[in-house]
Every structure is written in C-alpha cells, then in structure tokens.
Design a protein around this ligand. Structure first.
Ligand code: FEO
Length: 395
C-alpha cells in the first residue's frame, strides 16, 4: 500500500486529494502545469469527506484517507459538483464507506444518477441548509453555473473555511498546497487562465456567488483544483470581481492567420499603428498559439483585432475553430476590429464581423479587406487605422 503524507489544512481537516502531474489537456483547454483534484476529510463526531477525485486517482485519495481514518467510518460524502473530475471516485468510495450518505444538491442528485445509474444513498440539501457533524456545522450554498447547474459551496463557519469546489481553482500540480508557497505571478496566471477557459461565460452567476459568500467569515478558501488560498484571499477575490465584470486593460490583441502573408502584413501594419498610439499591443498567430491561451489574453485586453484571409469562400479553419470557442465563452465589453485579404469572394471578413456583432462588441471602424497583396498605400492606411483605433481606446 502506498504511504502518503497527510496535509492538515485546519485542525482535524485534511487535504486528501490526488495530483495529476501528467495532464496537459483539460477538456480541450491546454494546461501547462498539470492539476490536482482536491478532496477534504473532516474528522469530527461524524466523519465527512468533501468531494472525491478523478477515477484514476482513487487509490491515491484512499491511501491518504487511510493515513487518517478507517474509510468505513466515513458518515458523509459531500458532492459539491457532479463533473467527473470530482465525482469520478464516488462509486468506489461508496464501496469503501458503505454507510456514508451522499450530500448533494437537487440537480446534483439528478446529475449523479445520470452519471452512475445507481442510487448511491443521497441526501439532498437546499441552498442555506446545514448539517451538524459534531463540533462543526456544515453550511451549503448553491452557486449554479459555477461551474455546472449543480455546483455548491460547503462552508464551515467554526473553521472559517470555504470549500467552493471549482471556483477559485487553478490547474497546478505541485507538492505545495498553499498560496504563500507559490509565486503570485504563477498563481495569478493559472487562476486567470482557469477562469477564462472555464468560468468566463458565467460572469453574472459568479457575481451572485461572490455576493452569496460576501457575508461569510472565512480565512481560507480551499478549492477543488490547485492551491489553497490563505494569504492572498483579498487579491484573488479582487481578480474574480474584475473578471466577472468583464473588465479589461487598455491593451490591444491582434489574432490572425495568414495563407500567403497578406493578412499577416496587414496585421503588422495595424500593430505598428496601435503601437504609435501608445497602446500596448500583442500578436497571436493562430498557427502556433493555442486557443485556450488566446482566450486568457482576451480576458486582459479591451481591444481585439481579428484577421483571416478568405479560403474556400469562408474564413481559415483555424479562425473558425477559435471563434467557435470564443462564441461559447462569450466575453463582453470588448472593442472589435476585423481585417483580411482575398483573391476573389472575400467572405471571411463579413463572417467574422457577424460573430463579433452577435457578441455585442463595439465595432467603431470599418473592416479592412484587401485583394491579393496589400500595396504600400494600403499598408499605410492600415497603419493609420491602427493609430486611430489606439486613440479611440485611450478615450
Ligand atoms: Fe473541476 Fe467543473 O469540474
């Protein structure tokens, strides 16, 4: 049997999660540092496990639990969220703890039944319900759509501990468990990338969730992925408020693909013009930048320029794939600009414009669409437009 160090995060409350060192793709979102699935064991009169881990890390979680208690003695398993990275070990865990009741939301029960086709012995809790387990009382707050309709927070007032599942998570596999053991730059980058790729469409629900927990007193946020927050709670809450409001910096981001270099020439002319206006501008070539990294850049940038040549009467597939992802994540309050080149037809620019209009972005300038190869005058014109857009953003 493997033996693993136990991590006590509060007196008699232990992190018993699993570390997924090798994962680099989280349902299409490319991650750099692996991830963790965090489960927490509360040792009280009635022993309670909060969440489980992805199915293939069950043995690791069980080994950690066995360091602390006999799993058969577990009375409750709280399932804050149905998604399989957290519930994947629930059926096996139920076999280890046959008397445990599964505490979940109404939608959680429905979701778990659809996933595991079996009544695991559920006890449904409404938002605001409590459960006394001895010295502690657990409070349950529903936070629908952060990340799924079933999502729920478990709050333990006596320990000032918030267990919000996906909210405040980051994909970081690490031997460190706490936010003061890792550089803020890395934490902020991973939390931002996680928010952009997973939580972004649900800004309104995140605001409601932040309101719902704003009256609670806590000095630790222990999410279901990555590092536990104890020293930088105000900082991460500030970031969440900003992201949930779709606030962005006065920065520009040029996202493009090119076939024979014409659209790229326009991209660089725009880049020059925007730079001259004094606005910071970044370039993202869809050929070599993953869409999940670009979405994170969009979260930070107010002005988004999108360029594609026309290929087979439409946009380049790389741009099509990116815009499909963008439409799903629905960033708001952005200024958009479209450019491209074509041999005949020239439909790509119109297709991109339509998507930006559907997202209700501000599109203050006419698009550029150039036949075959831009000449000097056309490139100067693109540079001039870049400058004007930069000035527009500065206002
Ligand atoms: Fe980490 Fe929505 O699951």
């Amino acid at each position: 049997m493997i033996k693993l160090n136990k991590v006590e995060i509060k007196p008699d409350i232990y992190w018993v999660g699993g570390i997924d060192w090798d994962l680099r793709n989280f349902h299409g979102y490319e991650i750099q540092r692996g991830t963790t699935y965090n489960a927490y064991l509360i040792v009280d009169k009635e022993i309670t496990l909060v969440d489980t881990v992805k199915h293939y890390l069950f043995d690791e979680m069980l080994a950690r639990i066995k360091e602390i208690v006999d799993p058969q003695k577990i009375d409750y398993i709280v399932s804050n969220h149905v998604e399989m990275d957290h519930s994947g070990s629930l059926p096996k865990m139920k076999k280890e703890a046959p008397d445990a009741k599964i505490i979940t939301s109404t939608r959680g029960e429905k979701g778990l039944l659809r996933h595991y086709k079996k009544d695991l012995g559920f006890r449904v809790v409404k938002s605001g319900d409590t459960l006394n387990i001895g010295k502690r009382t657990l409070h349950f707050v529903h936070i629908p759509m952060v990340h799924w309709p079933d999502s729920m927070v478990t709050y333990i007032p006596s320990d000032k501990l918030l267990l919000p599942n996906d909210a405040f998570g980051q994909h970081i596999a690490s031997s460190e468990r706490f936010d003061d053991e890792i550089e803020w730059g890395i934490l902020r980058e991973e939390a931002a990338q996680y928010y952009a790729n997973i939580v972004m469409p649900y800004g309104d629900q995140v605001k409601k969730a932040l309101e719902a927990v704003s009256g609670l007193k806590f000095d630790m946020i222990a999410p279901s992925h990555g590092i536990i927050w104890r020293s930088r709670i105000p900082k991460i809450i500030e970031e969440y408020k900003k992201w949930a409001s779709f606030e962005a910096e006065k920065k520009a981001l040029i996202i493009y693909d090119s076939m024979w270099g014409s659209t790229e020439k326009i991209a660089y002319a725009l880049y020059e013009g925007i730079s001259e206006s004094g606005i910071p501008v970044n370039m993202r070539n869809l050929k070599n930048t993953h869409i999940s990294d670009i979405i994170t850049d969009i979260q930070d940038s107010k002005l988004i320029l999108l360029g594609s040549p026309t290929l087979n009467n439409g946009m380049m597939p790389s741009m099509g794939g990116f815009l499909t992802y963008l439409k799903g994540l629905r960033p708001r309050n952005r200024i958009g600009f479209v450019f491209g080149s074509y041999g005949w037809g020239g439909q790509a620019v119109g297709e991109i414009e339509k998507i930006l209009k559907d997202l209700s972005w501000d599109i203050p300038f006419d698009s550029i669409n150039i036949n075959y190869i831009p000449d000097e005058e056309e490139l100067n014109n693109a540079k001039d437009i870049g400058r004007k857009i930069g000035i527009y953003l500065k206002k």
